[in-house]
Design a protein around this ligand. Structure first.
Ligand code: SF4
Length: 450
């Protein structure tokens, strides 16, 4: 493909934003090896032609069309899209039609750069005349990532609920892997079971996603977890428990974080990564907070229209949060009956932890609001170390590091920053090994939670 010079590029707002999917092929960037395929399977049950993009093969393409100033997840997802399209063009030849594809790139409204990914990717696509018809559709945090206006109206409510279930199921699957793998009887048993389990859950969601999937999913999860229980070798002593916080894409995307969890496990860790559900709950929680502020201001200034819209938003975000936290609790509880996986804290509790600490405020939105209390929780509640994972130059994670690093030093609690940008840092493994030595010492002195 030949790109036109930057000075002649046009930006088309008609092909980016909250666009209707219609009969297009829905391309979802891969972020998480469990949750993303489960999400796509769920959407297929609603007759949406959802497809997860193969990932990390297009890194060079991503690099070619970025300047180095963009966030790393923007580069990775752009590369994935360009690489896929290149292969589709080769596969289909003359029959290739860019208008048949709709790329999904959600966004967040301020204060960091996630809101700009899809605009930037639009500019890059528009530099190829033959790709101008490829649409980019976006769900946004301002309405809790509602698919309204993207999917057919009759699917909006149910697909949103089923998608949340798919995400939480992905979270439980991952927590199960991290809980079992460090203690497996023979190497490779957990990965083999996890691969098989993912195919089984994908099948369940593909078949039942559109028609009240909860019980079907719970039944399948039960069987999978019972099989997982049998893999654990009870003779292996508890290992240092390591929490992972940070930027959501880098935490989840194993190619981008260079399989950090496996590296930590190689040096003796049992890892608990922050979940997808936590972020989705935070989005609803923050929406609720903002709507309450809007209501207070509307009442103070006596603006009836503002009061009315604030009440509607309070209801909408409040109901979403209630529903999400209830489903999350239900799925996690069911799993915990079988296997001791870590639960997520309700977001209200995270805010309380942050308020009590006095080191940061929920009034400054972004992932720092979750990472900072997440780290404080790890340091106080039975963990032996914590790793902050993020793209190089990520604003919220750099803030997290600046706030928390001196505190962890003062508390003598093992803490490690791991920024990634796709390059190999020669000292990374040595840093992880040293960190794990400290975590082992912490375990010997303080023990760990269950
Ligand atoms: S969270 Fe970090 S990586 Fe993500 S958009 Fe914001 S600055 Fe970029």
């Amino acid at each position: 493909m030949e790109a036109i010079p930057a000075t002649e590029r046009q930006f088309s707002s008609q092909t980016v934003g909250r666009l209707r999917l219609g009969h297009g092929r829905f391309l979802i960037p891969d972020m998480n090896r469990a949750a993303t395929p489960l999400l796509a399977a769920t959407l297929r049950s609603f007759d949406i032609d959802a497809h997860v993009l193969p990932t990390y093969k297009g890194l060079d393409l991503g690099r070619k069309f970025t300047s180095g100033k963009e966030c790393f997840p923007c580069l990775v997802t752009l590369g994935d899209l360009l690489c896929f399209i290149e292969e589709e063009r080769k596969r289909l030849g003359q029959a290739f039609n860019a208008g048949r594809y709709v790329f999904f790139m959600p966004e967040t409204e301020g204060p960091c750069r996630f809101g700009m990914y899809n605009r930037f990717q639009r500019i890059v696509l528009d530099s190829f005349p033959e790709l101008r018809a490829l649409r980019i559709t976006a769900a946004t945090n301002t309405d809790g990532y509602s698919p309204e206006g993207i999917f057919d109206a009759e699917h909006v409510r149910d697909s949103r609920k089923a998608s949340f279930l798919a995400m939480v199921t992905g979270d439980v699957m991952e927590r199960f892997i991290w809980r079992v793998r460090p203690y497996e009887k023979a190497p490779g048993q957990t990965d083999a079971l996890a691969g098989q389990a993912l195919r089984r859950l994908t099948g369940v969601l593909e078949q039942h996603g559109a028609a009240d999937p909860l019980n079907h999913v719970l039944r399948e999860l039960d069987e999978i977890l019972a099989e997982g229980q049998a893999i654990i070798d009870p003779r292996v002593a508890p290992k240092p428990r390591i929490g992972i916080v940070g930027e959501i894409f880098l935490r989840m995307h194993q190619d981008s974080n260079q399989e950090l969890i496996r590296v930590l496990e190689r040096y003796g860790a049992e890892v608990v990564n922050a979940s997808m559900g936590e972020w989705l709950n935070y989005v609803s929680y923050d929406g609720l907070r903002q709507a309450r502020k809007k209501l207070r201001l509307g009442l103070k200034l006596f603006r009836p229209a503002q009061v009315k819209s604030a009440i509607q938003e309070i209801l909408s975000f409040g109901i979403s949060l209630l529903y999400q936290e209830r489903i999350q609790k239900q799925v996690f509880k069911r799993a915990q009956r079988r296997i001791g996986i870590a639960a997520d804290h309700p977001i209200g509790q995270m805010e309380k932890i942050l308020k009590q600490s006095g080191v940061f405020s929920f009034d400054i939105p972004t992932e720092a609001c979750l990472s900072i209390p997440g780290i404080l929780h790890c340091a106080r509640d039975g963990y032996n170390g914590v790793v902050n994972v993020y793209p190089f130059t990520c604003m919220p994670s750099t803030t997290t590091s600046a706030v928390v690093r001196p505190l962890m030093h003062e508390w003598g609690f093992p803490y490690l920053d791991t920024p990634y940008d796709g390059s190999c840092q020669p000292n990374r493994e040595a840093a992880i090994r040293t960190f794990m030595y400290q975590a082992g010492q912490h375990l010997a002195r303080h023990g760990r939670g269950c």
